[in-house]
Design a protein around this ligand. Structure first.
Ligand code: HEM
Length: 78
């Protein structure tokens, strides 16, 4: 199945403040982290959902493996 494509603006609405869904992008993939306790209200330590956090992940104390339990729900349009 083809993944749906979303713009930055659409992603930005899933920041945990404007809509129920909480999304985070990494390397062009958009992950749904709505169910995560650690992303409540869109905030994760000093980071906000609703954006591409590819660069920020490099400074995190963990790798991309933390996304394994979350579904990729779409692709971010560049
Ligand atoms: C200063 C930066 C950050 C800190 C201190 C931090 C800390 C943590 C900690 C302690 C956990 C739970 C333990 C673990 O799985 O290792 C976690 C989980 C996670 N982090 Fe981060 N993180 C940071 C940045 C990021 C960034 C930039 C992203 C996204 C690109 C991210 C995405 C996630 C996800 C998806 C989880 C899994 C949440 C869950 O299982 O419910 N983190 N983080």
């Amino acid at each position: 199945m083809e993944l749906k494509q979303y713009t930055k603006q659409q992603l930005a609405l899933r920041n945990g403040q404007d809509k129920v869904e909480i999304w985070v992008a990494w390397e062009g993939n958009i992950y749904d982290v709505t169910k995560s306790r650690l992303w409540k209200n869109g905030k994760h330590y000093e980071h906000w959902a609703g954006q591409d956090l590819t660069e920020e992940l490099k400074d995190a104390p963990h790798t991309i493996r933390v996304f394994e339990k979350f579904d990729i729900i779409g692709k971010l349009i560049k």
